[in-house]
Design a protein around this ligand. Sequence first.
Ligand code: GDP
Length: 138
Amino acid sequence: MSNRTFTMIKPDATAKGNTGAILSMINAAGFRIVAMKMTKLSKEKAGEFYAVHAARPFYGELVEFMSSGPITAAILEKDNAVEDFRKLIGATNPAEAAEGTIRKLYAASIGENAVHGSDSNENAAIEGDFFFSKLEQF
Ligand code: GDP
């Protein structure tokens, strides 16, 4: 599934009312929404989603933050989706994000950085299946 990626609009962007503006940028960049839901991660689920970062010093903060409020999870489709979406969101640290990217526009810090984007085709499939059954993927 090299034409799909997975995203979350994170709790900071939800709380600031930026969900619609971010979805609009995603649509304008040519991504098709395959699946989408607004939900809230428990600490346990956030810990599971980010298990790959369990040894990192910021893991506790990351799990707290990602379970602190509602998110919007979505699967997106476009040619070259993973790479093109990483370009659209910009660098992890908004101070290093390119002009016009979602994180440059809407992220406050390296932790509260507005959006998630999968880093590989393999992880895109795993992450999409974490939130959506096959019946919910259109
Ligand atoms: P991404 O792929 O650009 O999201 O970045 P990473 O995979 O490196 O990190 C995953 C997420 O962990 C980031 O999006 C941030 O929300 C968070 N994160 C990364 N580095 C830090 C940090 O130094 N401090 C905190 N609090 N969170 C971080």
